[in-house]
Ligand binder design. Structure first.
Ligand SMILES: Cc1cc2nc3c(=O)[nH]c(=O)nc-3n(C[C@H](O)[C@H](O)[C@H](O)COP(=O)(O)O)c2cc1C
Length: 402
């Protein structure tokens, strides 16, 4: 029997979970707590993944389908697969190349990235580094002048769709971040410093490239006073100081009137991200002119016991799916999760943590590898199901798991 002897297996990780384990080794505890954590007791975060296990996929045999069609249209763009990169703030904590790497990897795989308001590179830097137009995510905050400035910059830089995130009026209770020192500013102890020193490559790149924080927020022009009366609690300890600092960049009393204002200002397609209720989805589309919604609980990082998007999806799709685009994110770790989402009415999905694992472990190549894993898994599963295309997916392809 022939075999190859190697000190280390040179092949890339074979699954999203394998990329996750590699990323864990590459990152110090503090950025890892940010990347992989969730709110409260992680109930919503775990439910996001568990939700997919409640469904089986129908398998038709002898169909002769060898090359299913994976292409799908999201936000007016035809993509090679029904999957794009969700906005993730401060991606520079995972790898200094952050959104430059993620946007390029998305393009190389025939898809797109949503650029976060809290991105580590500016809108203009990403536009400069890419060939295609990507999409912009807005965290609405109370300073309308600054929000208007950001929207104008996004339009001028060629970002074609706006995703307004509505599930962060305040930051979720992420205890893992606080206990690892991710307050504002970070709280360093000898133990935490030692942990960071034991990841010299990460530390060297962090110090050399200075891309740990959010580019837009750091601009001197964007230094805002805290929202009057908007602080969550008195600045008595590090956690409270962090909450106060963050309150400058969100809006606790976010309201439909704010959405109306954004709809008015933004000339391109607009999607409401963080919707879990069919009434809210209908209101976004019918009264506020949104082109669609992203059914999302922010990866289980906000409301601790929020419903899993895969469970909220059927009612939302039934309500607005005939006249608006319905996307889903949260908990997608396999090609079969993408397929289940489409069977339940999604027009496409987004991934968050999966591509950050690839980014943290191997930069742009890692993100590409994660995307290619999804592509291969979707294609293989469709062949095994005997389904000709992602377009053909509907409820008839699903069976409740026994
Ligand atoms: C580290 C991290 C940062 C995030 N930052 C943002 C953000 O800046 N804006 C936003 O709308 N959503 C943000 N999200 C939520 C994602 O867009 C997405 O909803 C979520 O990650 C999907 O769940 P998944 O990680 O299980 O794929 C973030 C998620 C993570 C994990």
């Amino acid at each position: 029997m022939a075999f190859k002897l190697r000190w280390k297996d040179p092949s890339p990780p074979v699954s999203v979970e394998a990329w996750r384990q590699l990323a864990r080794r590459k990152l110090p505890d503090l950025p890892w707590a940010y990347l992989d954590g969730g709110a409260d007791d992680l109930v919503a975060m775990e439910a996001n993944m568990a939700g997919f296990r409640r469904w089986n996929l129908r398998q038709r045999s002898l169909t002769g389908i060898a090359k299913p069609d994976l292409s799908a249209t999201m936000a007016g763009v035809t993509l090679e697969m029904p999957l794009a990169l969700a906005p993730t703030g401060a991606a520079g904590l995972s790898h200094w190349t952050a959104e430059i790497a993620t946007s390029r990897a998305a393009e190389a795989s025939g898809t797109r990235m949503v650029h976060s308001t809290a991105a580590s590179y500016s809108l203009e830097e990403v536009a400069e580094a890419t060939e295609e137009n990507h999409w912009f995510q807005l965290y609405p905050f109370y300073h309308r002048g600054k929000v208007a400035e950001l929207l104008d910059r996004a339009q001028a830089a060629g970002f074609t769709a706006l995703f307004v995130t509505v599930d962060v009026p305040v930051v979720g209770n992420r205890e893992g971040e606080r206990t690892s020192g991710m307050t504002q500013p970070w709280t360093m102890t000898p133990r935490r410093a030692l942990n960071i020193l034991s990841h010299p490559t990460w530390l060297w790149n962090a110090m050399r490239h200075k891309r740990l924080a959010a580019a837009h927020y750091l601009e001197p022009s964007a230094a805002l006073p805290p929202r009057p009366g908007g602080q969550l609690m008195g600045a008595a300890d590090d956690a409270a100081r962090s909450a106060e600092a963050q309150s400058r960049y969100m809006q606790a009393d976010l309201h439909w009137d704010d959405l109306a204002w954004m709809r008015d200002r933004w000339k391109g397609k607009l999607y409401v991200k963080g919707v879990l209720d069919a009434d809210d989805a209908a209101k976004s589309v019918d009264e506020f002119g949104a082109e669609g919604v992203v059914v999302s609980n922010h990866g289980g990082r906000q409301l601790g016991n929020a419903v899993a998007p895969i469970d909220a999806l059927p009612a939302i799709s039934e309500r607005v799916g005939n006249r608006a685009e319905v996307f889903l994110d949260c908990g997608i770790r396999r090609g079969t999760d993408v397929i289940t989402s489409m069977c339940l009415g999604a027009d496409g999905v987004f991934i968050g943590r999966p591509y950050l694992y690839g980014l943290a472990a191997s930069g742009e190549e890692g993100v590409k590898s994660v995307l290619e894993i999804f592509r291969a898994e979707i294609e293989r599963a469709l062949i095994l199901m005997g389904c000709p295309s992602v377009d053909a997916l509907d409820r008839s392809w699903l069976l409740p798991a026994g």
